[in-house]
Design a protein around this ligand. Structure first.
Ligand code: SF4
Length: 361
């Protein structure tokens, strides 16, 4: 179980696909009091805490929070866009420890990533942050979310780049089709998700390391069927415990106990028939199922060991599909509508961001 802790919504980027930066200014200015954050951690008891937001490096008491979590022997995943990573590490904000990992958000190769976050130069800054952290002995992973229009060949190249940079492991997941999105066609349905991940993860290069359950990766490739475990990643935000999951917001409760006992869990997950869950294959819901499945029987334990030992997944049809993709158009415009913004608005945002960047330079 991983606690998703969002102690702020403020960010130093304004990504077109992000729902958090759309909160009013008085919410964006807010930091969760440290004692409240720690109370949520203790209440939940999860061994892993993912610090998200917003950009957690902008959270006022981030150093104290990390120290307190390490004292409690929690595994901390400080999710960051890495813009400030070099500066904060060189300023001595943290100490390398096995308890602290920085998952860096990388949406794709340079152009796709910069377009996605609406600011040019962000990919290069993130890479500087990653290399600095690796050199200083910190644990670095990456987090890549894929949408319709993603170029599987480019993403495979990104995997190589991340391994070259010394990243410990990569996390990949399809994006979640938020209800408010203007153009639902830009999200991957289940069939498309499986086709994309089958191309990405078949004929796998030996050097790629994923920081994920091997059975979850097989699920993404369409080789397994799982249902969601919506309570696997409980989420605590500035507003309280979010019902039911990180992705769907159906209100908040003030205690973890209420979240667990008052949520109608059977109403969520693919098999529930809930339209909000129909196309979701996101790791925050399904990886917990995959991990749990590993330990349900000798057969599934054996399947996990087999998947770890024979991880190449050779497939001629996947290789051909990957080759065919080289002649198809890809690009960021096709996959960046998330919360009611249309493609034209995104193009304008990109131009504005480029103009601002030029002015700053
Ligand atoms: S299927 Fe996805 S959206 Fe639905 S409860 Fe699970 S994680 Fe949340």
């Amino acid at each position: 179980m991983v606690l998703m802790l969002e102690p702020l919504f403020r960010c130093n980027l304004a990504c077109a696909g992000c729902g958090k930066i759309q909160y009013p200014a008085h919410i964006l200015r807010k930091d969760m009091p440290l004692d409240e954050a720690l109370r949520a951690v203790d209440e939940c008891g999860a061994p892993m805490v993912s610090l998200a937001g917003g950009e957690p490096l902008l959270y006022g008491p981030i150093r104290e929070l990390v120290q307190e979590l390490a004292n409690r022997k929690k595994y901390i995943y400080l999710c960051t866009n890495a813009i400030l990573l070099k500066e904060k590490l060189e300023a001595g904000w943290f100490e390398p420890t096995k308890y602290l990992t920085f998952p860096v958000h990388m949406d794709g190769p340079r152009d796709d990533h910069d377009f996605s976050v609406c600011r040019e130069g962000t990919y290069d800054k993130a890479m500087v942050g990653i290399r600095t952290a690796v050199e200083m002995g910190y644990r670095i992973t990456t987090n890549t979310t894929l949408f319709e229009g993603a170029d599987p060949n480019a993403i495979r190249d990104l995997f190589d780049e991340m391994m070259d940079a010394g990243v410990e492991g990569m996390t990949i997941s399809p994006g979640y089709a938020y209800e408010a999105a203007a153009d639902q066609a830009n999200f991957l349905g289940r069939k498309k998700t499986s086709a994309l991940f089958n191309m990405l993860l078949s004929n796998r290069r030996k050097r790629w390391k994923f920081n994920q359950s091997v059975l979850f990766l097989e699920f993404l490739m369409g080789k397994r069927q799982f249902d969601c475990t919506p309570w696997g990643n409980p989420t605590y935000t500035l507003f309280g415990w979010q019902k039911p999951c990180y992705l769907v917001n159906e209100g908040y409760v003030d205690t973890f106990d209420k979240l667990m006992t008052e949520t109608e869990w059977p109403s969520y997950g693919f098999e529930s028939g809930n339209p909000k869950c129909a196309n979701c294959m996101v790791h925050s819901g399904y990886e917990a199922t995959a991990v749990d499945h590993t330990f349900t029987s000798i057969r599934s334990l054996f399947a996990t060991i087999k998947a770890m030992m024979f991880s190449r997944y050779s497939s001629e049809s996947a290789a051909k599909a990957l080759e065919d993709e080289k002649s198809k158009p890809h690009g960021p415009e096709a996959h960046l509508v998330q919360l009611g913004l249309d493609v034209d608005a995104l193009k304008t945002a990109k131009k504005t961001a480029a103009r601002e960047a030029a002015t700053i330079a």
